[in-house]
Design a protein around this ligand. Sequence first.
Ligand code: S3P
Length: 168
Amino acid sequence: MQTIVITGFMGCGKSNVARELARRLDVPMIDLDDRITAREGRTPAQLITEAGEDQFRAIETNTLLELLQTKESRVIALGGGAWIESANRDLIAGYDCLSVWLDTPFAVCWERISASTEDRPLGKTIEDAETRFNLRRPFYSLARIHIPVDGTETVDQLVSRIEVELKK
Ligand code: S3P
């Protein structure tokens, strides 16, 4: 099985969908942000705040590379900005991974971001988050599989739709 990476904006549902897809495919699920936290002893939010976004992005790319080098099959939930970096997209293509974009409307993402206790330094204000969302959309659209999401679907329904796409 090819490794599958799930991408999309903060709050689009990446981790929940990745977990359920991995369960159905009977492969491990890996959350890139959790890997970064384990490797660095600091969360992505702490790294962005304390070391700066550029430093965080370098760590993110190194962590992704280490992960892909093990060449095991799995489902990876990326952080919302990981796919935006061309170096990461090149790595993902180079390791022959299948990319899935959860295309969730900004309003739904924002509702989740603002309701969450998770610290997201790049999604602090609605204006900043929406600008970032619009700038990123063209990059997310480069993913191989596009899953339009309206926010009313269950995780099960979304994963079933991904499975249909995987069989095509
Ligand atoms: C980021 C998203 C976060 C995390 C970091 C940066 C981004 O992950 O990687 O705070 O640039 O969109 P989630 O998408 O899981 O919130």
